[in-house]
Design a protein. Structure first.
Length: 149
């Protein structure tokens, strides 16, 4: 009986995972926000800790405003109740203001992992892992010293 429940839990989480990926690919910030619990938490190096659907949606919308041609290539989705992990590569062009820097038309590419904990069919916590410093370098907000030979 326990194995049947684990399979049911995995199936439910796979539906959430599929909806999350579809909303990302469609750039649908409202659909993304609806996948979170009303007081869900999203932790991100870029936008700090966001609590609640509206705040999480605002962070997604802010990123898409800065990088309107955003694309995501999800390479792996792991479902292990009560968690889902997504591994992806994001590509975009910096077109509009980002952390005070006007659009540079520079291309960015970075790998990201979303680690989500699901409670009652909704994302209760989302932890994102990616190289934020690398993004700042790519758009020109930071400058790196060349490596010494």
């Amino acid at each position: 009986m326990e194995q049947v429940q684990v399979q049911a839990d995995r199936a439910e989480l796979q539906v959430i995972a599929d909806r999350f990926v579809a909303a990302l690919k469609q750039r649908d910030t409202a659909a993304l926000a609806e996948l979170y619990a009303p007081h869900g938490v999203a932790e991100s190096p870029m936008y700090a800790t966001r609590v609640g659907r509206q705040s999480i949606e605002d962070a997604h919308r802010s990123f898409l405003t800065s990088f309107p041609d955003f694309t995501v290539d999800v390479s792996t989705v792991l479902v292990d109740p009560p968690q889902i992990a997504f591994f992806a590569t994001i590509n975009a062009t910096h077109v509009n203001e980002f952390f005070g820097l006007p659009g540079t038309n520079r291309h960015i590419e970075f790998r990201i992992a979303w680690l989500c904990t699901i409670e009652h069919g909704l994302i209760a916590r989302d932890q994102r892992v990616y190289d934020f410093t690398g993004i700042l370098l790519q758009v020109g907000l930071l400058r790196a010293k060349p490596a010494k030979p």
